[in-house]
Design a binder for this molecule. Sequence first.
Ligand SMILES: Nc1ncnc2c1ncn2[C@@H]1O[C@H](COP(=O)(O)OP(=O)(O)OP(=O)(O)O)[C@@H](O)[C@H]1O
Length: 284
Amino acid sequence: MRAGERRGAEVRTVGVVHVYRVAGTDVAALRGVDLSVGPGERVALLGPSGSGKSTLLSVVAGLRRPSAGSVLVDGRDIARFSESELYDYRSHSLGLMMQGDLSNLLPYASPRENLAFVGGPVRSRGRHELTDGALGAAGLADERRPVALLSRADQQATALAVAMAGSPRLLLVDEPTSQLDDDARERLLDTLVQTTTAAGTTLLMVTHDEQVAHRMQRMVRMRDGRVGAEGQRHEQYAVIGADGSVQLPEELLASWPAGSAVSVKEASTDEITIRRRLPAEEAP
Ligand SMILES: Nc1ncnc2c1ncn2[C@@H]1O[C@H](COP(=O)(O)OP(=O)(O)OP(=O)(O)O)[C@@H](O)[C@H]1O
């Protein structure tokens, strides 16, 4: 990115909690999420179904207000934004590609017409060549058919071009490659990486697919509404929560079930040991 151009947003969530209230029942979807994403970083959010990935994305998008905690975007807490500040944030800083075939698009318009619909801010910033490029790369620049009649791959490519219109500082994407075949998946990921790199956009992407996650610079794994682990490719690190808790790797949970009593001792500056309490150590 050249000097003077906009850089990607810095995102930091601090102790984010989100509780859904449905018919008198509370569901805690996020239970204290602490996550930092640097400007221009590309991060995959992984985790089992129900671990809170989509909820976290919608909270960072300003579509849901967290029940507690802060969501700092370039140091400003969007959880405390007024409705008009949220509107400004969503229209000027954010690109969104949420789940659902056509939820990001006008179904009866062509790909280019879909882009033209968001064309005002794009043209005023003079940055439309990037998104035109995204349509061109997908071979959709001259496609006249409405997106409702296009393949899932072409719909997703159009949704990406629309989400990147105006070169947002932050792009949030939920399961962009589900239902795509291998070729279409790789093409979409290539375009996603190219356009976000060219615009300096920070990318946070929810996916179930490890292969897709490997295309990002960093992988963050959620479990039970918290960040459990993170790393790059084959290195995964458990993450110490603000309350001092650490989630054990899933494969160890069978032999170290919840409720196990352990002693934790610092072995050296870079190492701690965790030892199960022996029956002989239990109180009489
Ligand atoms: N609109 C809602 N109303 C009530 N509960 C919800 C709502 N959306 C999600 N939940 C619940 O919140 C928890 C987290 O859901 P969320 O969709 O964020 O997880 P996820 O990791 O994205 O799952 P998936 O991979 O299946 O999309 C789950 O227990 C889910 O049932």
